[in-house]
Design a protein around this ligand. Sequence first.
Ligand code: PEP
Ligand code: MN
Length: 366
Amino acid sequence: MKVHLDLLPLQDWLPGLERPLFISGPCSAESEEQVRATAEAIAQSGKVKVLRAGIWKPRTRPDTFEGKGEQALPWLKNAAKQYGMYSATEVANAAHAEAALKAGIDMLWIGARTTVNPFSVQEIADAIRGVDIPVLVKNPINPDLQLWIGALERVNRAGIKKLGAIHRGFSSFEKSPFRNAPMWEIAIQLRTLLPELTLICDPSHIAGNRELLPLVAQKAIDLDMAGLMIEAHIDPSVALSDAQQQLKPEALLGLLSELNIRSASVNDPVFLNLLEEMRKAIDELDDDILQRLAARMQIAEKIGEYKRDNQVTILQVQRWDEIIGKRLFQGKAMGLSEEFVRKLLELVHQESIRRQTGVMNSKLTK
Ligand code: PEP
Ligand code: MN
């Protein structure tokens, strides 16, 4: 389905914003002093342009810290202003949005647990209709690209053109080193469908711990995302939410300065020529791979006809084991990972079987 959004680029959102945009601050605003001290420390390098803090916290279980509520809005607003940053917070319903607007918060985001619910998203969109404020929409907790796009559409139709998305990973039952599986391909698909959309990554909620954070942050930058939202707390050891993933301000600034920021568009002609040549080589190889695959499928069909005419089963396990074993060995010798070769062969094999089944079910040639 075609998607159209009426969007303004990041640099037109608020004065001084540019790629890569770094948003940081505590998971939750816990006290006026905690927000102020964190803001003071992360403002040091001048890299962080937006101070974040959760005011209303969506918690999995009741009786856990659910945020300080409305009283904390001025803590966030004032700390951001005092240290030359913009303020941003999460809104999960119309009342939150109205309170945040009234307090003069500069940027809003819709959290992952809210994006899943079109009623809530619509309610927020209606509450901010026509207001000139940047809004970021986090991906829904489940890996559903259409739901994410639907939320972006609802907010955009309320007249919000300063609109962006945040990739924060997806809930998954599978065991994984990440708190939320990154499923990068979903973020890439969103970028492909909406190339003008400002897409930011939230490595904190993907990683869920400090150790994996730099890796996820670098990967997001390498995928040409427009910025990062990373949680930082003046003293993560006593944080009331997401303690394991929050960075001390010094660690945050260290991480940001160690990022290798590569540009997606370079103007150096020598580089461009070389890149052009390599891309051509890739195009030719892809062409070759497709032609070879088509040829392979044709042979598979011929074998299918032969098996049918001679009443032989399609799947011959011994032959398949032999192919897999040989190819994995070959692939390894060529520097291809076992997982990649196995997945590729399985796909090719499935398609061969599908084609052979088609042949088997057709008439005898004799
Ligand atoms: C947060 O940013 O602290 C938060 C609750 O994030 P998410 O909506 O991604 O879980
Ligand atoms: Mn958090």
